[in-house]
Design a protein around this ligand. Sequence first.
Ligand code: ADP
Ligand code: MG
Length: 607
Amino acid sequence: MPRIHRLSTRLANQIAAGEVVERPASVVKEILENSLDAGATRIDIDVEAGGVQLIRVRDNGQGMEPDDLPLALARHATSKIRSLEDLEQVGSLGFRGEALASIGSVSRLTLTTNHREDSSEGCSALCEGRDMQVEVRPAPHPRGTTVEVRDLFFNTPARRKFLRTEKTEFGHLEEVVKRLALSRFEVGFTLRHNGRVVHALKPALDEVQARRRVAAVCGPAFMEQSIHLDSERTDLRLWGWVGLPTFSRSQADSQYFFVNGRVIRDKLIAHAVKQAYRDVLYHGRHPAFVLFLELDPAQVDVNVHPGKHEVRFRDSRAVHQCVFGTLHRALAEVRPETAAPPVRTAEGLAVDTETGEVARQPGLSWGAPPAPGPAAYRPSPVPAPGLALEQVRSYAGLHPPAAGLPEQAAPEEVPPLGYALAQLKGIYILAENAHGLVLVDMHAAHERITYERLKASRASEGVRSQPLLVPQAMAVSQREVRLASDHAALFSDLGLVLEVAGEESLMIRQVPVALRDADIPALVRDVLADLAEYGSSDRIEAHLDEILSTMACHGSVRANRRLTVPEMNALLRDMEATERAGQCNHGRPTWTQLGLEDLDRLFLRGR
Ligand code: ADP
Ligand code: MG
């Protein structure tokens, strides 16, 4: 029988390193967090061979006393917390006191530091994967600290085998630097790889500079096509930028979320964001965002994971509600008058023509008689939901001419989508606004307007629901029974009446008419799972919306219908008054704009 013995310090540290030091990127994360905790305002990062050969980070933070150097390299030694109370409201990024010890146990680590402003005499310590016998010697260094990590995993071949190519490792490392650069606008960062400058980010001290930094990290297209938001509730503040739905990505790779300045990947947040974009994003696409959540540190538990990229919220429902609510509102406001016109990005928008509803038959509409048949666009007699009445009235004074802008129109009198000029191939409306030419996909636009109207009437009239002839029993867990009765109102508001039939069974008594053919027990189960995990669920609504969306699609004006100029103008006005009018129900853009400058460029015309 094997006897129990104590692990050597070195082995214990190497085991801890297994959790904290996965690859060069995780080393950089820990070292940068230390620099930020030390109050640095400038951080220079030099990397060689993807970080495997060398990572050197130099900061101008507060530095360390010579006597503290051996402790900095020891496990379970930290300057950041002293007691359990401190742990319950951590203000620093680090607090576990194990990063340097872990990194030092799997690399050749040199720490050089100086804590004095008035002298350049610092000290240095080297630790080479051995037991923590560190020797401190004098070394020149300005105030601040330099950490040098060479030959990562030189003594742990198993770990080394998991490393990818230099390019991939550097990619991960760069991502870490980008995330931390977004978390602290006031700190300057430079990142060099094999001697080449990859990022040089000056401290961003005002709004303009902050926008510049976001553009440098997320690309200028994101900055141009995102909405800025800032919402404060009693004890939660959420601010940042969210990409317009038309600026979506094929990967979830442009998503940055920070909680009290800490980079976080969180399922609850991801769910809230996804739910907010549900109605406006092209299927399978991912939104881009940079969001900062600020709340009382006592409301967040950061001691969940050694890598500290997960947190637990004390009131997770409130956080979910705040993120979902703020984004949902911001996205609903995206209408022609607020939004920059959707521009196709270099990446392009994956438009799947198979799901496109418009049958494109070029030429067929030419010469077709102007037939305002049943599916032709009818100007809406009543204002659309969320209609800005004042706005519509002020435009009403301006009489649109036969086509295009009235000659005497002042730019501020021209509605955002302008006035119709003509119809192209029975598919597009061409219109003139103050900037130039507007192109509208008439089916996509009408579909969104109809859909929003159907949703609004459901909201005002309620969901039509009918009792089941034979109530349906379903077996569930005790916890699910509790969730179902706690959230009975959520179900019944959407037309689903459930009853507790026993300790482990529910009875479905009434279902929404629109969902009578759906698999209701499966839906109920999914909703209960959401409620358990996130404290909220929009699944029933999503199902109901899907049906409305299909209805809207079939009820909308088809291609190859001739619209008269007044009909087209009415459609443009309705778009301006409709929430989420920038995308059709499938997340495709409904309109775009070619300004005079764009047209001039096309014709090489200097102005
Ligand atoms: P933690 O950050 O959890 O405290 P670390 O192992 O990362 O643990 O660092 C140990 C200690 O070393 C820190 O608490 C801090 O006092 C000191 N330290 C590390 N890096 C720096 C730095 N760049 N500047 C000043 N002090 C540092
Ligand atoms: Mg640390």
